[in-house]
Design a protein around this ligand. Structure first.
Ligand SMILES: *Cc1c(COP(=O)(O)O)cnc(C)c1O
Length: 477
């Protein structure tokens, strides 16, 4: 692929994307002299056509969900239906302001209200807030809610328990919230080790954070038992719902005994993510935690929607306004277009696709957690590493040469040389077959080819440490 020069390097003095007629009214010098720029700004000067081509070409030098298969384990990269975009772009949603009086934004408030009720129905929780704008922020919100709950009872537990397979944001949120993080071991089958967990559940535990299906793609079948243990000491059970895609419409965290959870609208409900956002990480809680939820709460009375700030025990605001409204609109459109009955198809199809792909790959790769999974599975490349010095990273890089986005690698940390694959429900059998064939083919290639990969991409293997430590983010004339 040819090198794309920077837009600055394409600049030619005097070239314009738009030209205006000569000014035929007196120019007004309203800026004081000392505030005026002394020299030109140094912006690139290009024609409109060059401008369009430049950015269109740049947009094609990437691997994205609209062009390629994107089996990123744990992060649920699913297709974003374009009807979501259509709805979010409607005037009544796009051109409103959060400071408008309630009476002029009834439709927007109805969207928030409806979304809360859809999420409550999907999860079995009693109340939802849409304010957090990432899963991690949802975790923090829920832990603050739990803290306020314990405070209200005059209790000061200091610990949060987190399984060793958990997403890094779990211990990070707990620690940010001021808790001591204690790690719980998992069993060889990937589920939480109950013998290790039980003695850790004491009066000093505020909360246990569990991901289900867990990070290695296995369903945690002991959640109801764990919930009983925790509730005996009034500790809360947090459900990391980032992997809700697997059970959507089939099982509900609220019915399993969980007290609070977060959703990743940008994963489970098909809104765009990657590259940092914009996200939406609502949380759901059971009744006893409702008084501590962030304000404002969206209310409905006699068909009129309003925002209620009068919650004396609330933790307050966690974010400006009501969260990422445009993302919530997209998520609601997705939920409504499937409807209650359609939801179950999402989870079942996602699990079927993952199991199909695992079946295609399990004879070539070591699958540490057996030959059944939920919505995602983890393979380990330690054998290849020992034999040929081929690592998970080499394989991930080589996949880019074949036009695939790499799966998640080196996560979860408990699996050496991990490759974590989540195909999601929208991919066809043909796509899954072709991907499996490519992976198997890569493993037969000369290790030297893999070490050099990628070679068909705009840039080859990057010095990632250098890029992180010494980034050059500004063009110097
Ligand atoms: C993605 C993810 C999170 C964090 O969500 P963000 O929106 O990225 O902050 C937490 N837990 C799990 C299991 C996840 O996959």
């Amino acid at each position: 692929m040819s090198v794309e020069k920077l837009i600055f390097e394409k600049s030619s003095a005097g070239r314009r994307a738009a030209t205006f007629p000569v000014l035929d009214v007196p120019a007004i010098d309203f800026l004081p002299k000392e505030s005026r720029r002394a020299s030109a700004l140094g912006l690139p000067e290009v024609s409109e056509q060059d401008l369009v081509r430049h950015y269109t070409r740049l947009s094609q030098r990437n691997i994205g969900i609209d062009t390629q298969f994107y089996p990123l384990g744990s992060c649920t990269m699913k297709y974003n239906p374009k009807v979501n975009e259509d709805m979010a772009a409607r005037d009544g949603f796009r051109n409103i302001h959060p400071y408008q009086p309630d009476s002029t934004v009834q439709g927007a408030l109805e969207v928030l209200y409806d979304m809360e009720h859809w999420l409550a129905e999907v999860s079995g929780m009693d109340a939802i807030t849409l304010q957090p704008t990432a899963g991690a922020q949802g975790e923090l919100t829920a832990l603050l809610v739990a803290k306020a709950y314990h405070d209200s009872k005059g209790r000061k537990p200091r610990k949060v328990l987190v399984p060793d397979s958990s997403h890094g944001t779990n211990p990070a949120s707990a620690s940010y919230c001021g808790y001591i993080v204690e790690t719980v071991k998992s069993l060889p089958d990937g589920t939480v080790d109950l013998e290790d967990l039980k003695p850790r559940i004491t009066e000093d535990v505020a909360c246990l954070m569990m991901t289900n299906p867990n990070t290695v793609g296995i369903f945690e079948k002991d959640i109801p038992t764990i919930a009983t243990w925790l509730h005996a000491v009034d500790a809360q059970l947090y459900y990391d719902g980032a992997n809700l895609n697997a059970i959507c419409g089939v099982a509900r965290p609220g019915d399993m005994g969980c007290d609070m959870m977060h959703f990743n609208v940008h994963k489970t409900f098909s809104t765009p993510h990657g590259g940092g956002g914009p996200g939406s990480g609502p949380i759901g809680v059971k009744k006893h935690l409702l008084p501590f939820m962030p304000v404002p709460r969206v209310t409905r009375q006699d068909g009129h929607y309003a925002l209620d700030y009068s919650q004396p025990q609330s933790i307050g605001r966690i974010r400006t306004f009501y969260g990422n409204f445009g993302i919530i609109v997209r998520g609601l459109v997705y939920l409504k277009s499937f409807g209650g009955d359609g939801m179950a198809e999402i989870g079942k199809q996602a699990v079927l696709n993952a199991n199909y792909l695992l079946a295609l790959l399990k004879d070539t790769f070591h699958s540490p957690y057996g030959d059944r999974c939920m919505h995602e599975f983890v393979l380990s490349l330690t054998d290849f590493k020992k034999k040929n010095d081929v690592s998970a990273l080499d394989v991930a890089k080589r996949l880019a040469d074949y036009g695939y986005h790499a799966p998640t690698v080196y996560f979860p940390l408990i699996v050496p040389e991990a490759i974590m694959i989540e195909p999601v429900e929208t991919e066809s059998k043909e796509t899954l077959d072709a991907f499996a064939e490519t992976l198997k083919k890569i493993m037969l290639e000369d290790p030297a080819v893999l070490h050099a990969a990628p070679v068909n991409t705009p840039v080859g293997r990057l010095d990632e440490v250098g890029a992180a430590r010494n980034p050059i983010v500004r063009w110097q004339p």
